[in-house]
Design a protein around this ligand. Sequence first.
Ligand code: 8BR
Ligand code: GLC
Length: 495
Amino acid sequence: MDIADWEKRYSEAVSNVKGQLENVQGVFVAYNSNVDAMKHISETDIKKLIGIVGCEKIHERMVEYPREIKDPVDFMARLVISMRDGKAAEVPTYGTDLNEWLMDNLVFDHARMGGQAGIMSNLLANLGLNNVITYVPWLSREQTEYFVDSPNLKYPVVEDGKLVLKRPKDAYDPDQKPKVNWIIEYSNGMKFSCAGEKYEVPRDNRLIISSRPKWIRIDMSPEMYEQLSDIRKEIDGAILAGYQMIKEEYGNGMTYRHYVEKAVNVIESLKACNPDMPIHVEFTSIQNKVIRKAILTDIVKKHVTSLGLDTVEVANALNVLGYEELAYSVMSRDEKSVIALYEGAVRLLKELELQRVHIHSLGYYICVVSKDHPLDADSHRQALLFASTVAATQATLGAIKCIDDISVGLEVPVYTDGHDDLIELEKYLVRRGICTAEDFEDGCISSSSHGLIIVPSKVVKDPVATVGIGDAISAGAFIALLAKMPKVNICQIKE
Ligand code: 8BR
Ligand code: GLC
């Protein structure tokens, strides 16, 4: 299929999904909302920061590859690495010193809704979904200012032992402090040097400094947990994210196992009357390998149906699951890495017993689905095309205010380089007899053990920001699939 045919498919898919979104009764979205302090850095900024911290120190620390930011040197080391590779990363910081240093030396441009769950909740509410029930364990007054104030976006609270759905602005805890992350966005082509090395940024991307105040818990009060039965009557599916904030040790004898167990209990309770309820987990950059593995093998495996990740996250996931070589190939910059990406997706699907693994890369999406997924390949392809259009809209406008905005994304051309990057995968699958060249060009392939859907995506030349685009892609695709699912809320019937 040539690019013009793909563009046609895009228009058809968007109009189709748009007309079906009202079929979705509701979605539950938890756990992480925060405020993102956005800074788009310039060459002048980076040179200034290097001058302040010192090249030699930065260079030495880059070798150590800090997985936590304790001081400005750690920060600069991870920033230079991220800019050198054009690879997104999220690194935690546990104190407040770095925030102060950044305020003194960088200053942010503006603040906006951050956190995967927060971004996805606002997006889905603005797309006009009937019911978005958003939950964050740390809803502060400041945080509510970043939520869309609309009747279809609700926050659950327990009053007199009963669940009440309120607007976030009417539901916050006045004693709660906000969680603020720093997002350092950089642009393709920026040049700088450090310790004799010359760098040129290969693509637009960002580094996230994620604040982890002591009070952060991925958790739910026992009263709220008891009321989940009322929430499940309102929803057809759930999107969960933020598990990366679980810590290995809490210093009082409590470990990550406690929170992993609670996370699983929430999922199981949401599914209590409908074991097939679609549950999507959006993965992210997780520095701690024990936590990364626990999220995959203890929370995702067996309990959720769908997983969304970017290419770096695929490599990270494969790494902790024991597929080091495959992880290495995914990260290699050669043309065959797309084959490793596909093989990696299949491993994740099987190993984690999922129905769907959706990988978003710059220029194409790869989605593998299990044979028992209730929807056909064309529905999956439409969902991916809708997702790419939503993402292109968000990259162009910064945020989507209403469903009609997505006509902006439809105007963004399909990225021809992304289409070309898929050629090696096509040759590989054809050589192995998994599909014909025609099947591949069509984007839907059925092997004996799984389905494969591949679409070239729309890429915006100068995105307003890159942070949160992955969330828009995954939420867009998941919601399109929910809209296409058979519509019977088993929970309303059973309870
Ligand atoms: P994460 O937020 O999970 O890293 O995902 C980012 C995704 O945003 C990438 O996988 C890529 O598909 C998409 N993306 C990026 Br980065 N820049 C984009 C752009 N300029 N236009 C459209 N999509 C983009
Ligand atoms: C992570 C970050 C958050 C950012 C989001 C975007 O959740 O913690 O700051 O907004 O990713 O996907």
